[in-house]
Design a protein around this ligand. Structure first.
Ligand SMILES: Nc1ncnc2c1ncn2[C@@H]1O[C@H](COP(=O)(O)OP(=O)(O)OP(=O)(O)O)[C@@H](O)[C@H]1O
Ligand SMILES: [Mg+2]
Length: 206
């Protein structure tokens, strides 16, 4: 749990009107333009890279989340994938990752990376990096902490709050947008941005 549920006054839970359209500027741009209008940096973080495929899943409860995670764990294309998890506080990003890690064979306590930013795991010969960039504020830390190297290396990368490291992260294979509905219900929009992501999406949610 976060120490405080007070949300900073930003727009991260709000879809920009141009969301879903091709990204007007490459990642890392401080300011972009779209239809002649300048888009402030904060808003460009909400603009999606071109989407190769999309599916919408419904999880009526956490058991459905666990089932979905277990099915994804069975996909060979997951090995070197980068999956970005979006959604408000308490949406279920960490919960989904925990179920995925369990299904991949991780035993013992699975800590949330909310404070450490990165929690590494090893499942047999598979390296897994679980990030939470909610508190990530210093871009210098990106190289210093070895995050650049981790994203260039083989292994599964699972990222909560990718918006907070926009401009540094590569394009994800898969974006998962977790939208809480009533009670335990979650709507999940999955978007593929790469061939690997498309393969995963087809096999997982086709
Ligand atoms: N269908 C569901 N899928 C996932 N989690 C659910 C579902 N229904 C209820 N939950 C509960 O919602 C909570 C989700 O908390 P979790 O820490 O995973 O959120 P989070 O998105 O990682 O939040 P944060 O942004 O603070 O990291 C858990 O207590 C989990 O048990
Ligand atoms: Mg979390």
């Amino acid at each position: 749990m976060r120490p405080s549920l007070k949300l900073p006054p930003d727009l991260r839970q709000v879809e920009a009107p141009w969301a879903g359209l091709a990204r007007p500027t490459p990642r890392g741009g401080r300011q972009g333009t779209w239809g002649g209008a300048a888009i402030p940096w904060e808003d460009t973080t909400l603009v999606h890279d071109s989407i190769l495929g999309t599916r919408t899943l419904h999880w009526p409860d956490e058991a459905a989340c666990a089932d979905a995670a277990a099915r994804l764990a069975g996909q060979p294309a997951l090995r070197d994938a980068f999956i970005a998890l979006h959604g408000p506080l308490g949406a279920g990003k960490t919960t989904f990752v925990r179920h995925l890690l369990r299904a991949l064979g991780i035993t013992g306590r699975i800590k949330s990376p909310s404070y450490a930013v990165l929690e590494p795991h090893q499942a047999g010969d598979l390296a897994i990096s679980h990030f939470d960039f909610y508190r990530f504020a210093d871009p210098a830390e990106w190289a210093d902490a070895g995050f650049r190297d981790l994203f260039a290396a083989p292994g599964l990368k699972l990222v909560e709050w990718p918006e907070k490291a926009a401009g540094m992260l590569p394009v994800p294979d898969l974006d998962l947008h977790l939208l809480p509905e009533a009670d335990e219900t979650r709507q999940v929009r999955a978007e593929a941005h790469t061939a690997r992501g498309g393969q995963l999406l087809e096999a997982w949610a086709g």
